[in-house]
Every structure is written in structure tokens, then in C-alpha cells.
Design a protein around this ligand. Structure first.
Ligand code: SF4
Length: 188
């Protein structure tokens, strides 16, 4: 596939029937990896999302499962292959919770050298918590988007720079999870 040649060792885990380490050819679709090699979910429920590339990889919805597994195709859709880990989730997953986990992971792992990562991740957790409580969701979404841009372009290394991938992909592809009911305005 283009500049992604040969094969790659992929690790399939999470809620999946046949988890493990497999060698796959670049160019297979994400859906083929998850459904054919992985065999779908262990629970038998529909696959709703997969995270590709590690804890700082993007979340992918089913409607992007026709994406070929190669570096360029994934980058073109705001994702990354990373270490080629694929974590499978069924339809009970809460993507807001997963986005919060990414921010929390960054806050815990941050070395503290640069502000976007050190402060941004902590503020990110707070903003997502307010969103979970249904407090002024559009305002929180705007803030977390702005925060992710600052972290992506202002962080010194990949920890702060890549944390926006899981957060923004969750927000972009699963927007319904970010507007939980009941919605309350901050002024209330
Ligand atoms: S982005 Fe990297 S250098 Fe900056 S605080 Fe986070 S871990 Fe440290």
C-alpha cells in the first residue's frame, strides 16, 4: 500500500473474540482486521468503536472500517497506526469516559516540562467532568477543542501532542456521547 509496504505485527485486544498478536499485510481494511481476524466482540454485541495505535491513538467508528490499514490512509483520517495495537469496544462503550481516560492518562504520565501537556491535561479532565455533568455542553466542547489544539501544536513531545487524538476522534465520531441528558446550563 503506497509507502506502507509488507506486513505489520498487530495486537488485537479488548472486547474481542480472538485477541492476540497477528502478522497482517498493510492494505487490509480495519474492518477485516477487527471482524475477520478478531472475530468481532467477545460479548457478541456489535462493535461500536476501536482504538488504534495505543492509549493515545484515535477511536474509529464502524463507518470508517473500510479504511485500509496503512500509515498514510490513517493519517489522512486524523488517526495513527502507532504500535498497531487495536482495542475493541462493543456498543456499551461510553466515549466521553474514554476521552476523559486519555486526558487523565496524560496528566498522570506528564513529566511537567511544558505547559500545554502539564496544565492542559488537568484542565481537560475538569472540562470533561463538567461535560459529564451536563453543564453547558457546547461551552465545554468548545473549550476542550481549543485545549486539544493547544496541546497538539504546543507540546514538546508525543505525550501531550498525541493526547488530542483519542479525545477529538471520540468527540468527532461519537458526538452523542458528549451531550448526555439532562442538559443544564452553567447559569442554573
Ligand atoms: S508533552 Fe512531553 S515534554 Fe511536555 S510535559 Fe508532556 S511529557 Fe513532558
Amino acid at each position: 500500500m503506497g509507502r506502507s509496504r509488507g506486513t505489520i505485527p498487530i495486537q488485537i485486544t479488548g472486547n474481542v473474540k480472538h485477541g492476540g498478536l497477528f502478522e497482517a499485510a498493510f492494505g487490509m481494511t480495519l474492518g477485516e482486521l477487527v471482524d475477520d481476524i478478531g472475530g468481532g466482540t467477545a460479548t457478541g454485541r456489535p462493535v461500536r468503536a476501536v482504538q488504534v495505535g495505543g492509549p493515545l491513538g484515535a477511536y474509529w467508528p464502524r463507518d470508517l472500517f473500510d479504511t485500509p490499514f496503512d500509515y498514510e490512509a490513517f493519517a489522512a483520517k486524523d488517526g495513527l497506526i502507532g504500535h498497531a495495537g487495536i482495542v475493541v469496544f462493543d456498543d456499551t462503550v461510553d466515549l466521553l469516559k474514554q476521552a476523559r481516560f486519555a486526558m487523565e492518562f496524560c496528566a498522570v504520565e506528564s513529566c511537567g516540562k511544558c505547559t500545554p501537556c502539564r496544565i492542559g491535561s488537568t484542565r481537560g479532565v475538569e472540562v470533561l467532568d463538567r461535560l459529564k455533568q451536563g453543564i453547558a455542553p457546547e461551552e465545554q466542547i468548545e473549550t476542550v477543542t481549543d485545549l486539544c489544539n493547544t496541546m497538539k501544536f504546543g507540546s514538546l513531545c508525543a505525550l501531550g501532542g498525541f493526547t488530542p487524538y483519542p479525545v477529538m476522534s471520540a468527540l468527532t465520531h461519537f458526538p452523542e456521547d458528549f451531550r448526555p441528558a439532562p442538559v443544564r446550563e452553567a447559569a442554573e
